[in-house]
Design a protein around this ligand. Structure first.
Ligand SMILES: Cc1cc2nc3c(=O)[nH]c(=O)nc-3n(C[C@H](O)[C@H](O)[C@H](O)COP(=O)(O)O)c2cc1C
Length: 191
């Protein structure tokens, strides 16, 4: 099983890089058998503002733009996701929403969990993401993590409160169990 940890900010000096690194190292320590986690920094992709005449849900071919096609291939290669999202203006960050707008089948039906951060933990971003991913019929994991800018960070980056270790374990275990169930369902439907 492959799980992508999407580092969802493209801002210079972004905190998402610290958060994604912490998520990656925490989940590796859980020793989950047959699960590979990989960080995908959104900032590594130069995606244009969505301008296609065709909705990605309806597209039958990869998009021509090489960065969009590369982004689509990367996202398609995962079975499930942990979305590391900041909260911008009480909602999801525009660059990450634009990146998701370029996707369709790559995400469809797959499990996803959320790690947010912000002054109040970024919970509004996570709750807005739950509405967005419903359009992809994704399976959103109930457990989420909401890191506070004033309680889980220091001047050098992330400094999570001790309780976050248990929270990330719960989130990852739930995501992996759900993904295994989803894979079994796919296999039995194909048989
Ligand atoms: C444009 C913008 C809007 C923001 N709006 C909010 C907000 O509504 N709520 C909040 O808690 N933090 C808000 N913040 C603070 C961000 O959560 C904080 O800067 C965080 O580090 C951003 O993530 P990033 O560094 O990975 O880009 C905002 C930051 C920016 C740049």
């Amino acid at each position: 099983m492959k799980i992508g940890i999407i580092s969802g900010s493209v801002r210079q000096g972004r905190n998402s890089a610290h958060v994604a690194r912490w998520v990656a190292s925490s989940v590796k320590d859980l020793g989950l058998a047959d699960v590979d986690f990989e960080v995908v920094p959104l900032a590594d992709y130069q995606l244009p503002a969505f301008d296609s005449p065709i909705s990605p849900m309806a597209a039958t071919e990869p998009f021509e733009n090489p960065e969009v096609a590369r982004w689509g291939r990367t996202i398609a290669s995962f079975d499930a996701y942990i979305l590391v999202t900041p909260e911008y203006n009480h909602s999801v960050p525009g660059a990450l929403k634009n990146a998701v707008d370029w996707l369709g089948r790559e995400l469809h039906g797959k499990p996803i969990a959320f790690v947010s951060y912000g002054a109040d933990g970024g919970v509004r971003a996570t709750e807005h993401w739950r509405q967005i991913v419903a359009n992809f019929e994704m399976i959103d994991i109930r457990s989420s993590i909401a890191l506070g800018l004033f309680t889980d960070f220091d001047k050098d980056g992330i400094a999570p409160q001790p309780r976050r270790a248990a929270e990330i374990a719960t989130l990852a275990n739930s995501l992996v169990a759900t993904t295994r169930r989803w894979q079994r369902d796919l296999t039995s439907q194909a048989a």
